[in-house]
Design a binder for this molecule. Structure first.
Ligand code: SAM
Length: 291
């Protein structure tokens, strides 16, 4: 049996063999700790019926562990040099497909429909490139996929935002989006020594498990558009942000004032005070008032 990729000596040997260094611009920090990989795969409960999406396979440490347990792994990697390495490191596995693509540019829903048929449930597992953690999570949540869970490594600062309480510094658009779809838990704390090279920030693996929102809306992305608008200038009042998004004339102004009064929301507060439920009520009331 060959040695797993996630091993400090083998990881360095692979990088040396290909004359590669971890690239900062792609957020490359390779996991070399097999214990952490086992915990990630266990948290995602990956089994033989699962289709798993991985973002940023790197040299394949996590991909390999996923492939050993899943039916199929589909991985997106932006760096052509990694894709070349993967074609060799992952050669022993016939249930992995690597697409050389920028995850932020792909139409995930269309690709999944093409590869597995429309509506295929997936698990999403990744050691994310930290420079784009928030855009990736946003994209995953807005893509309208049928996901069974999302288990992803990120910097601790972002992990803390996912389950933040209204009114706290960490609370924001991402918190509300996550709250709409899921329960977020801190699954694993990961020391910097588990990577080559060691990231300069603390890391954590977060697990998102789908939940039903208290107030479902027809198009959650429309709700999120309002939320983003309300947080556009975080330190300004809710009213000042709403003015930018939906007030074109005096009649609109009156309508918005009335909506806020009916919901007993003080226009002078900041958006960070509003829970998902309150945001959703605001969204529905504005829509009803054709704003
Ligand atoms: N999964 C590997 C591991 O755990 O050792 C590597 C993780 S590393 C933190 C992040 C990976 O994401 C790198 O391989 C990097 O090249 C890749 N990546 C960065 N930006 C990306 C993007 N926009 N789309 C797809 N992959 C990206």
């Amino acid at each position: 049996d060959s040695i797993d990729i996630a091993n400090p000596v083998r990881t360095q040997a692979i990088l040396n063999q290909y004359g590669l260094h971890a690239k900062k611009k792609f957020g490359q920090n390779f996991l070399t700790d097999s214990r952490i990989l086992d915990e990630i795969v266990a948290a995602a409960e990956v089994g033989p019926d699962d289709v798993v999406i991985e973002i940023g396979p790197g040299i394949g440490a996590l991909t390999e562990q996923l492939a050993k347990r899943a039916k199929q792994v589909l991985a997106f990697e932006i760096d052509p040099e990694m894709v070349k390495v993967l074609s060799e490191t992952l050669a022993p596995y016939d249930n992995i497909e690597v697409l050389e693509k920028d995850i932020l540019e792909v139409d995930l829903k269309a690709i999944l429909a093409e590869k597995f048929g429309a509506g295929q449930a997936v698990k999403i597992v990744a050691n994310l490139p930290y420079y784009i953690t928030t855009p990736i999570l946003t994209k995953l949540l807005e893509a309208g996929l049928d996901w069974e869970n999302i288990v992803v490594m990120m910097q601790k600062e972002v992990a803390e935002r996912l389950a933040a309480q209204p009114g706290s510094k960490q609370y924001g658009v991402l918190t509300i989006m996550v709250d709409y779809f899921a329960k977020a838990e801190l699954a694993i704390k990961v020391p910097s020594s588990s990577f080559n090279p060691s990231p300069k920030v603390d890391s954590a693996v977060v697990k998102l498990t789908p939940t039903k929102p208290e107030i479902p809306v027809e198009d959650p992305n429309q709700l999120f558009k309002l939320v983003k608008g309300c947080f556009a200038h975080r330190r300004k009042s809710l009213w000042n942000n709403l003015k930018q998004i939906c007030v074109r004339n005096d009649a609109d102004k009156e309508k918005v004032e009335q909506v806020l009064a009916e919901l007993a929301i003080n226009p002078g507060i900041r958006a960070e005070r509003l829970s998902l439920k309150e945001m959703t009520e605001l969204y529905q009331a504005l829509a009803k008032a054709s704003l």
